[in-house]
Design a protein. Structure first.
Lengths: 282, 293
């Protein structure tokens, strides 16, 4: 008889009922463990079959390896690029640009958002300008950034900042405006002035939305600098992709894309870590 | 019904001279030991109007006047729209009346003062602060030193029976506990006046009775002046020294009833006493008459 059988006519004592609950919990925990293992197995199986099928298709000539590359060639390229230092060198350039854009864009975005929330007059005046600037496809301005800031790293940072600042600003602002009005009233009733309300309510209350913005900022700062590098640069992973693409080195393009993915995942993890630390109260 | 008769009616339920003499004696007994002494509040011919959402304007308060002596616990009751919360907000200095004034300890109130504590139906605790940090927030605003405010906050938490929950976040506390933390936050500032707007309304019935009892006990050991806005008549009668009944449209006083239940009160048991039931129905009658007028 299954331990999950319920509604039987037998009358159990409280101890027996609790024992039954205990059994039930154990059965459910085992089930959930089996399910998690199954999910992971399926995920890996899909990835493995995809990679094997790709490798086999290129090897047998079913698809053109010159166009589609093949897993072994990509891994080969990545190994060489790490050994000869080119991946690290270019990776550092991209990472440096990205970090700079992330910091400048986020700080400016948060500052603008908090200013707009604190000063409704400023918010009303700047509103339409921000709407227009944000609607503008910033990547279309990339050539202007090159003209203004040159071929070096500055123009990539500028392009990425122009993306990040709006994303962080809009997310932070939306979150800050949704802070419960009653917190502010309570503070006012206790005699708090504007500055005290800002520091004690608006700033800490906007932390969750700031982090939502920062997660997006990671993605968009990387997008901005890589696109800038692809357009015109003498170093960086984006420039590498552009170079490999124009010389039909598909293994180089895809290998570098994988490097970028690793960077993005690592940074995302860092932001998530900081978020957990600062939002224990949630 | 004309204003005049309403005023006379309000007077008719005022305490007699004898009661008026014995009442302060109760208030100055040995039980008054905690903190600053309460403020005297004068509400002086206060009238106010609001712009309604539909575009129409409505007179919410018409020449409301009453006085609260130091250390008295007054409850304001009345139907919704009678302006009882508005009167409380005038006292808190959160809004200004269009006519008339509120005077606390001789000062005309124009903005929130640090001598007044305000409590709402919802606890308004900051979710990112622990219980003790929430209790400290009012003291922080006043620039009290870290060491002193820690100590006062801990004392206030002990007073409401939550000393061991100091480092819990609000979401880890039950609703009743959160409301008690809000009480502690208000008490820690040692205000001479407590303004409370339906402070127990969000609690479940059983918890409400417990917190009411606890608050009454704490207040009875203090000198503080309390103004409690509530729609719960029995809460008003059980806790207050005096119940002011307002009628709506426009908001005005229709009765002012002295509650002569002896102190210290056991709020839990008192609700079965005959004198309580008498006073309760007296307040209820006043409310009903006010509505009909």
């Amino acid at each position: 008889m299954s331990v999950l059988t319920t509604g039987s006519a037998t009358r159990l004592s409280p101890t027996e009922v609790l024992a039954r609950l205990h059994q039930q919990k154990a059965v459910r925990a085992a089930k959930s463990r089996r399910r998690t293992a199954g999910v992971w197995f399926t995920r890996l199986a899909i990835l493995a079959s995809f990679v094997i099928a790709w490798e086999w298709a290129s090897e047998s000539g079913a698809i053109n390896a010159a166009f589609f590359s093949q897993p072994s060639a990509i891994v080969d390229y990545m190994g060489k690029a790490i050994m000869d230092g080119s991946a690290v060198e270019n990776g550092i350039v991209t990472l440096r640009e990205m970090a700079l854009a992330f910091v400048i864009g986020s700080v400016a975005g948060i500052a603008f958002a908090l200013l707009r929330v604190s000063f409704p007059y400023f918010s009303d005046v700047s509103g339409p300008y921000i709407t227009v600037l944000n609607a503008l496809p910033r990547v279309a301005l990339a050539p202007m950034f090159v003209i203004w800031f040159g071929l070096g790293e500055e123009s990539k940072v500028a392009l990425a900042v122009s993306l990040v600042v709006f994303i962080v600003m809009i997310t932070t602002e939306a979150g800050t405006r949704s802070i419960e009005q009653e917190y502010i009233t309570a503070m006012r009733a206790m005699g708090a002035n504007r500055g005290q309300i800002f520091r004690r309510v608006l700033l800490p209350g906007s932390v969750p939305s700031i982090f939502a913005g920062l997660r997006l900022a990671v993605v968009y700062s990387l997008l901005g600098v890589v696109f800038g590098e692809m357009l015109a640069a003498n170093a960086g992973l984006g420039q590498q992709i552009q170079y490999f693409g124009s010389t039909f080195r598909t293994d180089g393009v895809l290998g570098t894309v994988l490097f970028l993915a690793v960077i993005a995942l690592a940074l995302n993890w860092l932001v998530a870590l900081a978020e957990t630390r600062l939002s224990r109260w949630r | 019904m004309s204003m005049k008769t309403e005023v006379r009616k309000a007077e008719s339920v005022q305490p007699t001279d004898e009661q008026a003499v014995t009442e302060p004696a109760l208030n100055t007994g040995a039980r008054r030991t905690l903190g600053r002494s309460g403020a005297t509040i004068t509400v002086d011919h206060v009238s106010h109007a609001f712009a309604l959402a539909g575009g129409e304007d409505e007179l919410v308060l018409d020449q409301v006047s009453f006085e609260i002596p130091s250390g008295e616990f007054v409850a304001l009751v009345g139907p919704s729209g009678c302006g009882k919360t508005t009167v409380l907000n005038f006292m808190a200095g959160l809004i200004a009346p269009l006519s008339g004034q509120v005077v606390i300890n001789g000062d005309v109130i124009t903005r929130p003062t640090r001598h007044t504590g305000y409590m709402f139906a919802r606890d308004a605790l900051l979710p990112w602060r622990t219980a003790i940090a929430n209790v400290e927030s009012g003291l922080e605003i006043r620039g009290v030193s870290v060491k002193e405010r820690r100590e006062r906050a801990q004392n206030a938490l002990d007073l409401v029976g939550l000393g061991s929950f100091a480092h819990h976040y609000p979401k880890q506390l039950s609703q009743g506990m959160r409301q008690r933390v809000a009480v502690a936050r208000t008490l820690a500032m040692d205000p001479d006046t407590l303004l409370m707007d339906e402070p127990f309304a969000a609690l479940d019935a059983q918890t409400r009775i417990r917190v009411q009892g606890e608050f009454t006990r704490i207040w009875e050991n203090s000198n503080k002046t309390v103004v409690l806005v509530t729609h719960d008549l029995s809460e008003a009668v059980l806790m207050a020294d005096r119940v002011i009944v307002l009628a709506a449209r426009p908001g005005r006083i229709v009765a002012d009833i002295a509650i002569d239940l002896e102190r210290p009160r056991n709020v839990e048991e008192l609700r079965f006493s005959s004198r309580f039931l008498e006073l309760n129905s007296q307040v209820y009658e006043a409310l009903k008459k006010g509505e009909a007028s």
